[in-house]
Design a protein around this ligand. Structure first.
Ligand code: IMP
Ligand code: MG
Length: 177
């Protein structure tokens, strides 16, 4: 199985990007008090850990979990459902949503709307990856790692059917069908 995987982004390139993203975020949020990082489970767990440990500003970690409805569960292909909410009130807090990948954009658009309604002091998104060719909804990403082509990627937190999440690099998996 693993010999079918091709490296798209190396461990070193991810680390370099994480360094620069963390430096930019640290400078943008300097002197604003705690930054609340909201990691979107499960895919962002490794990126969030690496990004957060590079920040030089005070920050707190929250997690949120969502799922996209499968075609069998909904007639709306972009429908998103909340599985687990953050534990603390984010009103008047500076909030940064940390995502693994923005594909169609429906998941991030849903999350931004949900969190914005709670009155944060500011709300931005950071995503490691984005597939511009797949975009269906416009959603603002303040901090972007890499734009990638329309391929299925695994590793560094991302999965295919729950596999390959702990690969150190971002790899392309041939999509079945
Ligand atoms: P969106 O709502 O279409 O933007 O989908 C975002 C979610 O789909 C991501 O958070 C991932 O969970 C999943 N996803 C989209 N593309 C990929 C991929 O290439 N590899 C792994 N997961 C993906
Ligand atoms: Mg995700």
């Amino acid at each position: 199985m693993s010999d079918e995987l091709q490296t798209l982004i190396t461990e070193e390139d991810i680390a370099d990007r994480a360094d620069r993203l963390a430096a930019t975020i640290s400078s943008d949020y300097a002197d604003k008090g705690d930054l609340v990082l909201v990691g979107v489970l499960k895919g962002s767990f490794i990126f969030l850990a690496d990004l957060a440990r590079r920040l030089t500003i005070p920050h707190r970690i929250e997690f949120i979990a969502v799922t996209s409805y499968g075609d069998s569960e909904s007639t709306d292909p972009g429908a998103v459902r909340l599985l687990m909410d953050v534990r603390h009130d984010i009103a008047d807090q500076h909030v940064l949503v940390v995502e693994d990948i923005v594909d169609t954009g429906h998941t991030l658009a849903y999350l931004m709307k949900l969190l914005r309604a709670r009155g944060p002091a500011s709300l931005n998104a950071c995503t490691l990856l984005r597939k511009p060719d797949r975009s269906e909804v416009d959603v603002d990403v303040a901090y972007l790692g890499f734009d990638i082509p329309d391929v299925w990627v695994v590793g560094y937190g991302l999965d295919f059917a729950e596999r390959h999440r702990t690969l150190p690099s971002i790899c392309v998996i041939p999509q079945p069908g």
